[in-house]
Design a protein around this ligand. Structure first.
Ligand code: F6P
Length: 342
């Protein structure tokens, strides 16, 4: 068989592990040819391609980022987008394409499959918010980075009796904020799924002070927002998929908390440090399993499907199930942790 592979959207640790597993299984396992497209869907639209070999993918397992590059290019924002994808398929005589991505990249993959192209998806995102899979690789690495940062901020917060606000990634889902906050013993955790009440945040901090704890850690997901009318929040620019560029809630909280409580407050925005660097062992293994399964799925002609972790098994699920429903933090589950706050 001949198939293409691309990585799209925000990069994440483990992408290279998928590419390596795809190449090994395809070439050594099946005698296939694998064409790597550069920079996500842009590489398919503009035919930026190189054949991947065992040699060109050697040593990439522990490397962060993606050797193929990534972009947030949207095929459906180009008038002739689908036609161009068809032409690239024909030029390389592709039997199909493996798209490794999150909601946007796989959303395009789903639509291309509906438009008659042979595509299989592999889920990735540090946000862990794709539907139809229990976990996405990249999340575990991001969680380790965020937890280590919280541990470090804890000691300096305590030394200086400060409130430290830590802004972590998470556009629609608060998994990184919730899990790193729980792992790091945060006093307040704010997630996009539940608009927060700034008065309640300050009440929790005051409550700690009243009990003789003069420092606090507030973990906030970048997509968290205040209840309407309680705080003004600046809007960001939009990308090709219409998502605003986030980042900023941490500093807004810093000002607001300091003004309202009178306690010295500082914000740290972890940003892209959460997406960079070497994947954890868990992410390497998950990424490898998903990559191996994607090649098997291509040989079964399971087009329009996505490899997914369900329980402990890798299974195939329709791409449509992954992109039509995001996996967000259940508000009930979040509320159960309330006793740990403040
Ligand atoms: O989708 C993953 C993610 O890391 C989000 O958490 C974040 O909002 C976004 O990507 C940032 O994207 P960019 O690197 O394009 O600014």
């Amino acid at each position: 068989m001949r198939f293409g592979v691309l990585t799209g959207g925000g990069d994440c640790p483990g992408l290279n592990a998928v590419i390596r597993a795809v190449v090994r299984n395809a070439i050594d396992g099946h005698g296939d040819h694998v064409i790597g497209f550069r920079d996500g869907w842009r590489g398919v639209l503009e035919d930026l391609a190189d054949e991947l070999t065992m040699e060109s993918t050697r040593g990439i397992l522990p490397r962060g980022g993606t050797i193929l590059g990534s972009s947030r290019t949207n095929v459906y924002k180009r008038e002739d987008g689908v036609q161009r994808v068809r032409e690239t398929f024909a030029r390389h005589r592709l039997d199909g394409l493996i798209a490794i991505g999150g909601e946007d990249t796989l959303g395009a993959a789903h639509r291309l499959h509906q438009d008659g192209l042979n595509v299989i998806g592999v889920p990735k995102t540090i946000d862990n918010d794709l539907g139809a899979t229990d976990v996405t690789f990249g999340f575990d690495t991001a969680l380790q980075v965020a937890t280590e940062a919280i541990d470090r901020l804890h000691t300096t917060a305590e030394s200086h009796n400060r409130i430290l606000v830590v802004e972590v990634m998470g556009r629609h889902a608060g998994w990184i904020a919730l899990h790193s906050g729980l792992a790091g013993g945060a006093d307040v955790i704010l997630i996009p799924e539940l608009p927060f009440d700034i008065e309640e945040v300050c009440r929790l901090i005051d409550h700690r002070h009243a009990r003789g704890r003069y420092f606090s850690i507030v973990v906030v997901a970048e997509g968290a927002a205040p209840k309407e009318g309680t705080m003004t929040v600046a809007a960001g620019q939009l990308d090709e998929f219409g998502h605003p560029r986030l980042g900023g809630i941490g500093h807004q909280l810093e000002r607001e908390i300091e003004q309202r409580t009178g306690f010295e407050t500082r914000a740290t925005v972890l940003g892209h440090v959460q997406r960079g660097g070497s994947p954890t062992a868990y992410d390497r293994v998950l990424a490898t399993r998903l990559g191996l399964a994607a090649v098997e799925s291509a040989h079964q002609h399971a087009w329009g499907m996505m490899t997914a972790l369900r329980g402990t098994q890798i299974e195939l699920v329709p791409l449509g199930d992954a992109v039509t429903r995001l996996r967000t933090v259940p508000v009930d589950e979040y509320r159960r942790y309330g006793v740990l706050f403040g």
